[in-house]
Design a protein around this ligand. Structure first.
Ligand code: ATP
Length: 393
């Protein structure tokens, strides 16, 4: 449809970037990026109308996001049409704007474009040898000063390299090492560092990337306050394993994977140091609360492990308000198998049961509203958690 819209508007539209890269790698990718040679915002508006979606435009960047009824998001960008003044009175030349757009990207593997216009649908445009690098598994920058221009690309290179088990091409690696030595990463704001760190930690298994970061001397720019040798790498390596189990078991309990790693990293810090980190990095409110609460988790784990018996309702009183990320951290801290099983069983029950009685039922019984209501409902809930009462037939 995007191609048809473009044709009607006398524009050319391409599908670009990560979507095309992953198409070649046969990796699922649901983020579609379009580049329009023409007016991207107009195309986005028309596209949303035809597909019954919504559009949000960002005038500053000449971009737009189309959200389809099924939740799919399509980013639409406008390729700049730039005119270059050539010296000596040569005519102004309009460069291919798609090529310009691609040239500003990070690595060759992200510069592939597929035309969507009818008549040219499916044509591959590969200005910088991206296809070959994709086939060879090479991460290659487009120009020598790429890492100096944007040092976050060093982190992106490591992320893609480890995600696809690719190799950073030799010259690119040399330029990256050079930029690291020249402390280019030190120029980044905490905001940008955190954004890239989150992307790395949200990878399916970020451990290899973290090891590469450690090995290349990049760590001190990411989390300088964390002593990398003091991190419990054994625990870090268990995070993806426990998370995989959690997602299978409690798929309805959504988690922010990156936050679990942060909590484990911060475990070596004192309360004051964690507070200082909160000032430095722009964590959102949820993350801040989670990180502060995580300081109490090791003691809670010890308490739970020490007790010879805890019923599900006892556990509810201890951990009902703990966030999902901290529950995973709690499980990582619990070494005792029985204690682990008890927590897992409690979570299982908690997800399954539902109280069929509510305040209105108590009113109907002629009870007077007040704190007693909460007490009765809590007690019923606990009885149910402990499987002392069952559903009414
Ligand atoms: P992912 O699968 O991780 O989402 P992606 O390639 O789609 O990968 P995005 O971060 O969504 O990554 O970026 C979209 C495109 O924008 C990329 O394909 C890349 O070419 C370009 N891009 C992103 N960040 C940079 C950067 N710092 N410098 C240059 N180009 C970038």
């Amino acid at each position: 449809t995007a191609g048809e819209v473009a044709q009607d508007l006398k524009e050319v539209v391409y599908c670009v970037g990560g979507f095309v890269r992953d198409l070649f790698l046969k990796v699922p990718n649901f983020d579609m990026d379009l580049v329009v040679e023409g007016d991207g915002q107009k195309l986005a508006t028309e596209l949303a109308e035809r597909l019954g979606g919504k559009v949000r435009v960002h005038d500053r960047f000449r971009t737009a996001v189309v959200t389809l009824p099924d939740g799919t998001k399509i980013d639409v960008a406008t390729a700049r049409t730039e005119y270059y003044e050539y010296p000596a009175a040569l005519p102004k030349v309009e460069k291919s704007s798609l090529k310009e757009d691609m040239y500003r990207r990070d690595f060759t593997i992200n510069t592939l474009a597929i035309c969507l216009n009818p008549g040219h649908f499916g044509d591959l445009i590969d200005y910088f040898g991206g296809r070959k690098d994709l086939m060879n598994g090479s991460i290659r920058i487009l120009y020598n000063f790429s890492f100096v221009e944007d040092p976050t690309r060093i982190l992106r290179a490591i992320r893609f390299e480890q995600r696809y088990r690719f190799t950073i091409e030799a010259d690119t690696l040399r330029f990256a090492r050079d930029a690291i030595e020249r402390r280019m990463l030190g120029r980044l704001s905490y905001k940008r560092i955190l954004a890239e760190l989150i992307l790395i930690l949200n990878e399916k298994d970020p451990v290899p990337a973290l090891e590469r970061i450690r090995g290349t001397g990049v760590w001190k720019y990411l989390l300088p306050e964390i002593d990398v040798d003091d991190v419990s790498w054994k625990t870090i390596k268990r995070v993806p394993v426990v998370m995989g189990w959690w997602e299978e078991q409690y798929y309805s309990r959504k988690i922010k994977p990156w936050l679990i790693y942060i909590v484990v990293f911060f475990a070596q810090l004192s309360f004051e140091q964690v507070e200082a980190e909160m000032q430095r990095y722009p964590f959102d409110r949820y993350a801040k609360g989670c990180i502060m609460d995580s300081l109490g988790i090791p003691a809670l784990a010890e308490d739970i492990s020490r007790r010879s018996y805890l019923s599900p309702s006892d556990l509810d009183k201890m951990i009902a308000s703990v966030t999902n990320e901290n529950l995973i951290y709690l499980l990582l801290c619990i070494k005792d198998e029985e204690a682990w099983d008890r927590v897992a069983r409690y979570l299982d029950l908690k997800d399954k049961i539902e109280l069929e009685v509510n305040g209105y039922d108590l009113l109907e019984l002629g009870l007077k509203p007040g704190p007693i209501f909460k007490e009765i409902l809590d007690e019923l809930y606990y009885l149910k958690l402990d499987e002392k009462i069952h559903n009414y037939e």
